[in-house]
Design a protein around this ligand. Structure first.
Ligand code: HEM
Length: 181
């Protein structure tokens, strides 16, 4: 199923809400990674990679994604931030086939977990997933970037902000009324 963004996330007064709020907050990211890793463990390409994963892994990735998309900095506080996340991928030798399957299953999981299906949200989501999986490939490969503190990636709406009804729409309606009268 594909969801719609909750109305309370609209936040017109202060500009667009964060991607995190638009997605549905902590609960939505926890749902997403739960659905995703259940599929990963059934998948012939990815099962061998994740067979021995930490039981808390889905939750940790939910915290990471939440922080990337503008939520609270919980991955940084609880799991060591970017440096620790990158280190989890070092030496794993992820293949392009595994990367692609990871990205494809996460997109499917976004549908199944009911994340917003609007083109703007999904475009930014896909942008991050493409970038993030390619970075995981680089870190897992033969010449990873040197370890060290690096800023947490933070994703915003960029050139595809969400569509929100604004004051201009209301003004248009008033004008129509005046014309009709
Ligand atoms: C946007 C892309 C990705 C994100 C956001 C991501 C996120 C993460 C995070 C946050 C961790 C550390 C979790 C913790 O703190 O315990 C992690 C670990 C890991 N990641 Fe990724 N990852 C991505 C891509 C990939 C890909 C493409 C693969 C392989 C196909 C992969 C394989 C792994 C593995 C095997 C671990 C260690 C799991 C464990 O033993 O607990 N990741 N990832």
């Amino acid at each position: 199923m594909t969801g719609t963004a909750p109305k309370e996330a609209a936040g017109q007064a202060d500009g667009p809400p964060s991607l995190y709020a638009w997605a549905g907050g902590e609960e939505a990211f926890l749902r997403l990674t739960e659905v995703f890793y259940a599929a990963v463990l059934e998948d012939p390409v990815l099962r061998p990679v994740f067979a021995g994963m930490d039981a808390g892994h889905p939750r940790h990735v939910a915290l990471w994604l939440g922080e990337v998309f503008g939520g609270p900095a919980r991955y940084s506080a609880e799991r060591g931030g970017h440096e620790a996340m990158a280190a989890h991928h070092v030496g794993r030798g992820i293949t392009e086939a595994q990367r692609r399957r990871w990205a494809a299953l996460l997109m499917d999981a976004a549908d199944e977990a009911g994340l917003p299906g609007d083109p703007e949200f999904r475009a930014v989501f896909a942008y991050y997933v493409e970038w993030g999986t390619r970075m995981a490939l680089v870190y897992s490969g033969p010449a990873p970037p040197p370890p060290g503190p690096a800023p947490m990636p933070r994703w915003e709406w960029g050139i595809t902000p969400p569509w929100l009804p604004g004051p201009d729409d209301a003004a248009d309606k008033d004008t129509d009324k005046d014309t009709d009268a």
